[in-house]
Design a protein around this ligand. Structure first.
Ligand SMILES: *Cc1c(COP(=O)(O)O)cnc(C)c1O
Length: 388
């Protein structure tokens, strides 16, 4: 029997991810309720300014989700039926579904290598056609895509360069700097949260103004402007959406943003501990990328030895009270995409998806928790070899 089986208390669950929420968030929400002004106000504006400052760009547009941010980028660039957009298959499905919603066709691109899940520029180049209008790159796990070569590729072929920066909040100096637009997500499992929410950074000031209008029905003035007597009427100059962020989320965002750099430091520090502990205990399990790679350390992705029964490993770790996951099932293998764009083979993406395992990582995870996770992975892999 293991010591755990004889113990009267089960060990606490180590969660895959967990938002950090406390008194500051409660106070910020209460303050919005007390103010009586729930949407389209100064709190969202202040959050946008603070987000832009942290990312060293002139301005930011807050929206209702990361998906809405991506959708607005494509809409503001006028991407639609007949167009093709190069997208990663190794991403969350929203990276492709936003393209479908514009009426354009997503063209799924492979990753650089079976242990390097960033979009392959070399493969993207082979998929260019006269209809290609844009490319979306994704900072997998918060690990920075090398943007200057993508900028040169986009410029050479007249494409819009969009970043899915859902994992990259706080990747200052990279995310939003080289692209035409960068979309961030503040869903509960991201590095900072507003429950649901997102931001779009847009390089060109005119396009940014268009995005801001399209976020709110394509109208030329806001409720706040009219309320404050700054504008009396409005025109509608685009087919817009209601993709606004409200004041409750704006207030939450400002509180979370102030702590984001510290949380990302903790994530990077725990990632280093994982690297050291796994190198010592399980050299056949590799933490992706290396310590010098710029990252927000959004998740902790490892590759298991080929042939490992991942489902069994995950079940054994769950029994040891450790949550795990995998990022991501390839988009080109989903039923909808197989039916609508036909069968596609992306060998490196498929190989990676078979061996990737995501271990717990969040700012509340202690160094001892990291050791417990590694211990449970050692146990889970050992069981495999002893029991076949
Ligand atoms: C979370 C996520 C999204 C979508 O963001 P939402 O805010 O949930 O709409 C898009 N792409 C990636 C890679 C994500 O992880």
């Amino acid at each position: 029997m293991t010591p755990e089986m004889t113990s009267v208390t089960t060990p606490p669950l180590i969660e895959l991810g967990a938002p950090v929420l406390g008194e500051a968030e409660k106070a910020a929400l209460a303050e919005v309720v007390d103010s009586g002004w729930l949407t389209m106000g100064e709190r969202v504006r202040r959050f946008e300014e603070a987000f832009a400052t942290l990312h060293r760009v002139p301005d930011a547009v807050a929206v209702g989700s990361g998906t809405a941010a991506l959708q607005l980028a494509l809409a503001a660039f006028g991407i639609g039926p007949g167009d093709e957009v190069l997208v990663p298959s190794m991403s969350f499905v929203a990276t492709a579904s936003v393209v479908v919603h514009t009426g354009a066709t997503p063209v799924l691109v492979d990753v650089e290598a079976a242990d390097r899940p960033l979009l392959s520029l070399e493969h993207a180049r082979t998929l260019l056609t006269s209809r290609t209008r844009a490319v979306i790159v994704m900072h997998y796990g918060g690990y920075a895509v090398d943007m200057p070569p993508w900028r040169a590729f986009a410029d050479k072929h007249g494409l819009m360069l969009i970043e899915d920066a859902a994992h990259a909040a706080g990747l200052s100096g990279v995310a939003g700097v080289h692209s035409d637009a960068a979309a961030f997500s503040f869903f509960t499992n991201k590095n900072m949260t507003t429950a649901e929410g997102g931001v779009l950074l847009v390089r060109d000031a005119e396009l940014r103004a268009r995005v801001r209008r399209m976020r709110s029905h394509g109208m030329t003035s806001s409720t706040l402007d009219r309320d404050r007597g700054r504008a009396v009427g409005y025109d509608v100059v685009d087919a817009g959406h209601n993709f606004r962020m409200d004041e409750l989320r704006g207030a939450l965002g400002s509180v979370q943003l102030a702590r984001l750099p510290e949380w990302n430091d903790t994530r990077r520090s725990r990632t280093r501990r994982y690297r050291e502990a796994l190198a010592a205990a399980l050299p056949e399990v590799r933490v992706l990328f290396d310590d010098a790679h710029p990252t927000t350390a959004h998740i902790l992705p490892v590759t298991l030895p080929p042939g490992t029964d991942r489902a069994a490993v995950m079940a054994r770790m769950r029994a040891a009270r450790v949550q795990t996951s995998m990022h991501y099932p390839p988009i080109h293998e989903f039923d909808f995409y197989r039916r609508t764009i036909g069968p596609v083979t992306l060998a490196r993406t498929e190989q990676f998806a078979e061996v990737e395992l995501t271990l717990p990582l969040h700012p509340l995870l202690s160094p001892e928790d990291v050791d417990r996770v590694v211990g449970s992975l050692v146990g889970a892999l050992h069981e495999r070899t002893t029991h076949g």
